[in-house]
Design a protein around this ligand. Structure first.
Ligand code: ACO
Ligand code: ZN
Length: 442
């Protein structure tokens, strides 16, 4: 499967871009049709003037913008800021590429924008519901307070509030262990951190600082060499730690601030008490280095077995995400429950889950002789029946006969799907998992 960071098609941007402004259009035929020189100059002067009157561009303007691939793509101006260069029109613009996920939003210079493509100002912030936004925990609580329960979609006002509040990335990069990482989204760090473009994290306790020297001083004092909590899994260099948000509140909150930089529609920094955090680490003689994590509610009425999942960008696409997903289902099996991830899933979350579900289910169907029901598959895998049904439906392996869903698994079709499902990810060796389900103490 190709990278979803890649723009969908080359034509998208460039085709629209080649549409020339009226003034520049060449005559379609005829010989010797050349306007007198001073006419051309006048025309380009007029164009220049027209462009100047557009500046600075308003928030909400739609225009084509040159991206890192060198091609033009449609963007919407989300914010602008004045540069201290002396000119009245010296601004930088924060833009959202309407074809791409919000993690690619960025500050751009005026030169990157094609002013000939400026569309009339539209600034209805709710109009393009960015990646089918759904409720976050915080918003859910807010809506609960106003007695609109059970409504999964955000109402326009909450959506506007979410977008308004999180529209511009506040922290551009972080340093964590040996990595410098570009961030993807806004994260609500305490106000005193909002004037820093870069933050320095202690890779073990996840405390964050504004200056490198502070981190260096901290590292001399910090005696952690792994996440707090219990090591519940070790296989080779891979370890999993279980951290109780109630016992390690500051760690839980730090982790949430960090994770939010890579998670868009999740509000995960409240109530860390109610969660367990499972931290995946690669261990060496310097310590256990965090690769990713998932969080899990201690009690979930909706049978969620995972609230948020993250693989830190330097470790992505190496199979750790599928390891974390597999791990969450192994915990569910030990609890004797079925589970499902909390919704909404992000684009990358959905891809990873689809890949995991497909592989697990097809592996069983391939080996199994005779009929098997969705309930049996669910009991074997701890995957919720609805997720099994949608996965098999999307693979067209389900037929509806006499009021019942029937799995139709032709071995050739299974092989084809398995091939397309990609790599399996890192294996969880269940024999190395030492864990008992959470029980409230006291
Ligand atoms: N482009 C295309 N496909 C991708 C991409 C990508 N950038 N990233 C993941 N995938 C798909 C692929 O099918 C991949 O399998 P493959 O490499 O065999 O083709 C599969 O997803 C998972 O790959 P992994 O290497 O196992 O997963 P990774 O370690 O990259 O972690 C995760 C996946 C956790 C979703 C990661 O992308 C991430 O942290 N994203 C940011 C946070 C996020 O969106 N989390 C999910 C939110 S939903 C929720 O929390 C309930
Ligand atoms: Zn520390």
């Amino acid at each position: 499967m190709g990278s979803i960071e890649t723009p969908p098609s080359a034509e998208n941007g460039s085709a629209t871009h080649t549409a020339m402004p009226e003034g520049d259009q060449k005559p379609s035929g005829g010989v010797g049709f050349a306007p007198p020189v001073n006419e051309v100059t006048m025309e380009s002067e007029m164009l220049k003037k027209r462009k100047m009157t557009m500046l600075p561009l308003e928030v909400g303007t739609r225009v084509m913008c040159r991206w890192r691939d060198g091609k033009y793509h449609p963007v919407k101006v989300i914010e602008r800021r004045k540069l201290n260069l002396g000119g009245v029109n010296d601004y930088e613009y924060y833009v959202h590429y309407t074809e791409f996920n919000r993690r690619l939003d960025e500050w751009v210079k005026l030169e990157q924008l094609d002013l000939d493509s400026v569309e009339a100002v539209v600034d209805e912030k709710v109009e393009d519901k960015v990646t089918s936004l759904k409720m976050t925990r915080h918003q859910k609580r807010k809506i609960d307070e106003t007695h609109v329960e059970g409504h999964e979609e955000l109402d326009a006002a909450s959506l506007r509030e979410h977008e308004e509040f999180t529209k511009v990335k506040n922290i551009a990069t972080i340093e964590l262990g040996r990595y410098e990482i570009e961030t993807w989204y806004f994260s609500p760090f305490p106000p005193e951190y909002n004037d820093s473009l870069k933050l320095y994290f202690c890779e073990f306790c996840l405390n964050f600082m504004k200056r490198k020297e502070q981190l260096q001083r901290h590292m001399r004092k910090c005696d952690l060499k792994h996440p707090p909590g219990d090591e519940i899994y070790r296989s080779g260099t891979l370890s999993m730690f279980e951290v109780d948000g109630k016992k390690n509140k500051v760690y839980g909150q730090n982790l949430c601030y960090l994770a939010k930089l890579f998670l868009d529609h999740k509000t995960l920094y409240y109530d860390v008490d109610l969660f367990l955090f499972y931290i995946l680490c690669e261990c060496d003689d310097r310590g256990c280095h965090m690769v990713g994590y998932f969080s899990k509610e201690k009690h979930s009425e909706e049978s969620y077995n995972l609230a948020c999942i993250l693989t830190l960008p330097p470790y992505q696409r190496k199979g750790y995400g599928k390891f974390l997903i597999a791990f969450s289902y192994e915990l569910s099996k030990k609890e004797g429950k079925v589970g499902t991830p909390e919704r909404p899933l992000s684009d990358l979350g959905l891809l990873s889950y689809r890949g995991y579900w497909t592989r697990v289910l097809l592996d069983i169907l391939k080996k199994h002789k005779g009929n098997i029901s969705i309930k049996e598959l669910s009991d074997m895998t701890a995957i919720k029946a609805e997720d099994i049904l949608t996965t098999l439906q999307s693979l067209e392996l389900i037929q509806y006969r006499k009021g019942q869903h029937v799995i139709c698994a032709d071995p050739k079709v299974l092989d084809r799907h398995l091939k397309a499902a990609g790599r399996g990810g890192l294996e969880v060796d269940v024999s190395k998992l030492i864990w008992t389900p959470y029980k409230e103490q006291g």
